[in-house]
Design a protein around this ligand. Structure first.
Ligand code: NAD
Length: 298
């Protein structure tokens, strides 16, 4: 029998819709002044099926708020210089406010070199070292979408970050590291864990806010969570479950064992429907922000 859910759901779909509604109003205000439409360019290399779905979702989301999107596609064996030349062109384009390079890139491309070539003012993924530096210094700038989405979600549900013990499992540049800086900025006491951390379960159990971005399916169990804690699950995994007649059906799960953990936590994000929708909403938000910053600097 499944355990009963006790925790309140941090509904990423609902909050992302709210963010999108706000952005739509801002884009309509821009267009009502007969100004040009904000634009997002997405650079996709190769034919990774997951990347193709993510890119399709991002382009659809742009449409919903009135942002124009430009898809720049390359075959998997594209020479790096061609990608860099294309990004240089997007950097110069008046119609483009945001540039997103869909990761992961094929192995022969140097991810750092490609990301560094994006104009920091158009770096809507917030992964350029200049923007990551601004974040570390507590200054304004474009910030990585997933951690920013987590912060907006916590804020929406009035989760107290100030003074809280926050534990972040994962230290990637994409999620764990920037999220730790954002929690610190909001006055949490932050512990960052990673694949070489000792006593992970014990550390996790001290958290008022536990964020899991380790990329390990259902790693966090009930015994890892302090009763009453807020648990944010960043992980996304597709797994095949046997169907009634043996045929496999797929389902999406996270880094947290939802059924177990929801019975002790106060708040929890579901997967899907938690952090994922927030990531896309923040990409749109960064694009509109980049547009407004560029317009203000002219
Ligand atoms: P990553 O592989 O770059 O980093 C994983 C981090 O977790 C590393 O720092 C590693 O040290 C740590 N780690 C790995 N195994 C561990 C273990 N057993 N114990 C403790 N720490 C461990 O991954 P990422 O890009 O940061 O993504 C993490 C997860 O979040 C993945 O499942 C990814 O698919 C998902 N993700 C979701 C979104 C979203 O929008 N919801 C966005 C980005 C990533």
């Amino acid at each position: 029998m499944q355990e009963k859910t006790k925790a309140k759901i941090l509904d990423g779909k609902l909050v992302a819709n709210k963010v999108r509604d706000g952005l739509k109003v801002r884009v309509e205000a821009i267009l009502s002044q007969r100004l040009r439409t904000p634009g997002l360019a997405v650079v996709l290399v190769g034919d990774n099926p997951a990347s193709q779905i993510y890119v399709k979702n991002k382009i659809q989301a742009c449409k919903k708020v009135g942002i124009e999107s430009f898809l720049v596609q390359f075959p998997a064996d594209v020479p790096q210089d061609d990608v860099l030349a294309s990004i240089a062109k997007l950097n110069r384009s008046e119609a483009v406010d945001g540039i997103l390079v869909q990761l992961p890139l094929p192995k022969h491309l140097a991810t750092d070199v490609v990301l560094d070539s994006v104009d920091p003012d158009k770096d809507v993924d917030g992964l350029h070292p200049l923007n990551l530096g601004y974040l570390a210094a507590g200054r304004q700038g474009l910030r990585p979408c997933t951690p920013q989405g987590v912060m907006v979600l916590l804020e929406h549900y009035n989760i107290q970050v100030n003074g809280a013990a926050a534990v972040v499992i994962g230290r990637s540049n994409l999620v764990g590291k920037p999220l730790s800086l954002m929690l610190l900025e909001k006055h949490a006491t932050v512990t960052i864990c990673h694949s070489r951390s000792q006593n992970l379960e014990e550390i996790a159990r001290c958290a008022d806010i536990l964020v899991v971005a380790a990329g390990r399916e259902c790693m966090v169990k009930q015994s890892w969570v302090k009763p009453g804690a807020t648990v944010v699950d960043v992980g996304i995994h597709k797994r095949v479950v046997p169907g009634v007649f043996g045929a496999g059906e797929s389902e999406i799960v996270g880094d947290v064992d939802f059924q177990e953990v929801a019975s002790v936590a106060s708040f929890i994000t579901p997967v899907p429907g938690g952090v994922g929708p927030m990531t896309i909403a923040m990409l749109l938000s960064n694009t509109v922000y980049a547009y407004e910053q560029r317009a203000a600097s002219k």
